[in-house]
Design a protein around this ligand. Structure first.
Ligand SMILES: [Zn+2]
Length: 305
């Protein structure tokens, strides 16, 4: 499970919407029930529903026409001056009726709420960078930059694309800027996105390694559960024995197994990645079949000072 507290607080928000929608509808319903005519008709509807359900069980034709009864209900409501639609709850999300789940799967509204919380935690800038608002003129070579943006935008738009994206290039080449555009684009698509630095990822791996109670799992689930994981600046974290390399390999493997996408930026060269993290991580990140590797620097994607 994703960090339980995060899911719970997102779910609380959605359930609060459900409760208030139902409370509002119920207040109108109670008002309507003060009318004897409405009350009797309501009883008739309930009875008819039970009888029809029973008939269905025995393979018989439905005994009552519920539609007619409901039309009568509308007429009564109009007569007693209550909005016909007011007695049924109006949920904010009509896909899940503000329950947060559809057949056990997270609804997009729940993912959206979780993203808002993750966004706060991730340190993504308040000025939400996005592909649409990018001013290519700030880069040395706008046309090449545009080309890279188009490739990455395309990757964000396609679900069945490479598992991993690796952005290589020196500091100041605009890697973080591009990653923020990608992350915001995917957040808008209501997928679950977690944006973190390699340093923070390493901290999580260390906590996972050194925790021995029931809270252990949450350090890894933050890295494994989201649909998209962004790791900024791989190579700036200290390599901890038995923790960093093994942890990164496990995270990547689990994510690839579940067909979840990972985007990593690094100042390291491919050779350095192999030296620092070994063959197994290297092949996960630089395999042509699973990774889209873009050398930002070679394309002169350099922010003007
Ligand atoms: Zn929903």
């Amino acid at each position: 499970m994703l960090n339980k507290q995060i899911v719970q607080s997102a779910l609380d928000k959605i359930k609060a919407r459900r409760t208030s929608a139902e409370a509002l509808a119920y207040s109108f319903f109670e008002k309507a029930m003060a009318s004897e005519e409405f009350k009797n008709n309501f009883k008739d509807i309930k009875q008819a529903e039970i009888q029809n359900a029973r008939a269905e069980v025995y393979g018989e034709k439905p005994k009552y026409d519920i539609e007619i009864l409901l039309r009568t209900q509308d007429d009564i409501l109009k007569k007693i001056k209550i909005d016909v639609k007011a007695i049924t709850p109006h949920y904010t999300c009509t896909k899940c009726n503000d329950t947060g789940y559809i057949n056990g799967e997270m609804c997009s509204c729940l993912k959206h709420e979780i993203n808002l919380i993750l966004y706060e935690k991730s340190g993504l800038g308040k000025d939400k960078k996005c592909f649409e608002k990018c001013d290519f003129k700030i880069f040395d070579d706008p046309s090449k930059t545009k080309k890279i943006y188009d490739i990455l935008k395309n990757w964000c738009d396609k679900e069945n694309s490479y598992n991993n994206v690796l952005l290589i290039g020196k500091t100041g080449a605009g890697k973080t800027y591009i990653m923020e555009c990608m992350a915001n684009d995917l957040i808008n698509k209501e997928t679950l996105v977690y944006f973190t630095s390699a340093f923070e990822l390493n901290e999580n791996l260390l906590k996972y390694h050194t925790t021995f109670d029931e809270t252990k799992g949450q350090y890894l689930s933050m890295l494994i559960e989201p649909d998209y994981l962004f790791v900024d600046d791989l190579g700036t974290e200290p390599i901890l024995k038995n923790v960093t390399v093994e942890g990164i390999y496990n995270v990547l493997s689990e994510r690839m197994r579940d067909n979840k996408k990972t985007v990593i930026s690094t100042n390291l060269t491919p050779k350095q990645i192999q030296d620092y993290y070994g063959d197994r991580v290297f092949s996960r990140l630089l395999s042509q079949s699973t990774s889209l590797v873009i050398n930002v620097e070679n394309s002169d994607l350099r922010l003007k000072k």
